[in-house]
Design a protein around this ligand. Structure first.
Ligand code: PDD
Length: 282
C-alpha cells in the first residue's frame, strides 16, 4: 500500500499526471526513513530535514509534523513487514512545462513502504568494496533532491566495478558516498567531514557522532583529504538503509589490514544497541 495525494491505495493503482514537475524537471525532495519493529527511527530529525529541503527549493510544506506523523503511522500499519524502509516524496506538482515556478499548483505527496533489508551478516563481518570517483554533482548536495542522476551514475560505476559504493572526491577532499556519508579513522581518531553544501546532512551520520561522543571515542569533524582517505586505518559508510558498514577494499587496495577495524566493531555494536533501546522505548 502507498499514499498518494490524500489516499491510501495499492501501488498498482497509483497514477500521477505526466506533467508533474517531479517527472519533467526532478523538481522535488524526498526522505528515506528506516522503520524498526513498526517504529520510524529518528522521525523528528527526518521531518526537520524534509522541512529544510523544502525551504531550500522554496516549496511550502504541504503538511505539519502531526499530519506527517499520522500519515506515516497509517502507512506503516497498512504494510506487512515489521521493519520497513519508508520513502517520502514531495514535488511541486503538475503544471504546464515552464522552468519558473507555476502559480496555484498543488504539490504531489507520495509515500511508499518497502521491506527494510539491512546489510547481510557477511557484509557486516567482512566489510564491502568501494571505488573513488570525482564528485561531479552540483553545489547544493545538502538538499535531499529527487534529481539524482549524478548519484545514479556514480553508484552504477561502483556496481560495474563489483563494488557497493562510490566514495566521492572534490578538489582533493572527500565529500560523501553516492548514497551514504563516509567516516574515516586516522591515527586512532574518527574523522567526519563537516556538514556543508557539499554533502547531505545524514541522520545516521548524526547518530554515529552522538554515539562516538557518548562513548568517549576520539573524533573530529573536519575536512578529510584524499591522502587521509587512502591512508586511513578504517573507512565506514553510513545511511538509513545500510546503517554502518566498513569499507575494507577501496580502489582495489585494502583499507588497513583489509578487515573491519576495532573502532568499526565498537561503533556497530553501539549502533545496534542504541537502535534496540530506542525501539523498546517506542
Ligand atoms: N540516501 N548522502 C547521500 C547522497 C544519500 O543519498 C544518503 C542517504 C546519505 C545518508 O543519509 P541518511 O543517514 O540520512 O540516510 C548521505 C538514502 C538512504 C537513499 O537515497 O536511499
Amino acid at each position: 500500500m502507498i499514499y498518494l495525494n490524500g489516499e491510501f491505495m495499492p501501488i498498482e493503482q497509483a497514477r500521477i499526471p505526466v506533467l508533474d514537475r517531479g517527472f519533467i524537471f526532478g523538481d522535488g525532495v524526498y526522505e528515506v526513513i528506516p522503520v524498526y519493529s513498526r517504529h520510524p527511527f529518528r522521525l523528528a530529525e527526518h521531518l526537520r530535514r524534509l522541512q529544510s529541503s523544502l525551504d531550500s527549493i522554496k516549496l511550502a510544506n504541504p503538511h505539519n509534523d502531526a499530519t506527517w506523523t499520522r500519515l506515516i503511522g497509517r502507512l506503516i500499519e497498512l504494510n506487512e513487514p515489521e521493519d520497513q524502509s519508508l520513502y517520502m516524496h514531495v514535488t511541486r506538482g503538475p503544471a504546464k512545462r515552464d522552468h519558473a515556478f507555476p502559480k496555484d499548483v498543488t504539490p504531489t505527496v507520495f509515500l511508499m513502504s518497502n521491506p527494510l533489508t539491512t546489510p547481510p551478516r557477511q557484509q557486516v563481518n567482512e566489510g564491502v568494496c568501494a571505488i573513488t570517483a570525482v564528485d561531479n554533482r552540483w553545489l547544493r548536495c545538502d538538499i535531499k533532491a529527487i534529481a539524482l542522476l549524478p548519484n545514479v551514475l556514480l553508484r552504477q560505476e561502483a556496481v560495474e566495478a563489483g563494488c557497493v559504493e562510490a566514495v566521492l572526491l572534490r578538489e582533493g577532499f572527500m565529500t560523501e558516498g553516492a548514497a551514504s556519508n563516509i567516516f574515516v579513522v586516522c591515527n586512532d581518531v574518527l574523522l567526519a567531514p563537516p556538514k556543508n553544501h557539499l554533502m547531505l546532512p545524514g541522520i545516521t551520520y548524526d547518530v554515529v557522532l552522538e554515539l562516538a561522543q557518548a562513548a568517549g571515542i576520539r573524533h573530529e569533524v573536519r575536512e578529510i583529504s584524499e591522502a587521509e582517505l587512502r591512508g586511513a586505518q578504517e573507512v565506514w559508510l553510513t545511511s538509513s538503509t545500510r546503517e554502518v558498514l566498513a569499507i575494507t577494499l577501496l580502489d582495489d587496495a585494502p583499507v588497513g589490514n583489509g578487515k573491519p577495524g576495532p573502532m568499526f566493531s565498537r561503533m556497530y555494536a553501539l549502533y545496534q544497541d542504541y537502535k534496540n533501546r530506542v525501539m523498546r522505548s517506542g
